[in-house]
Design a protein around this ligand. Structure first.
Ligand SMILES: [Zn+2]
Length: 64
């Protein structure tokens, strides 16, 4: 699997396009948890990412 792509609001469409191009699966995107005290930079600019595109193993999803 590819690595998740982080994106700000402006660049989410590019992130989705890149995901589809690279991985050829339907992208899933989730909001980055704002409650976490964590700055993740957009992959396309210097803004704070608010979306994560991809299938990162987190929470309960990938524990099987
Ligand atoms: Zn951006």
């Amino acid at each position: 699997m590819g690595k998740p792509i982080y994106s700000c609001e402006e660049h989410i469409e590019e992130a989705l396009d890149d995901w589809v191009y690279g991985v050829e699966t339907v992208p899933e995107f989730t909001l980055v948890d704002k409650s976490e005290n964590l700055w993740i930079t957009c992959g396309y600019c210097e803004n704070r990412a608010i979306y994560m595109v991809g299938n990162e193993c987190s929470g309960t999803k990938c524990r099987n």
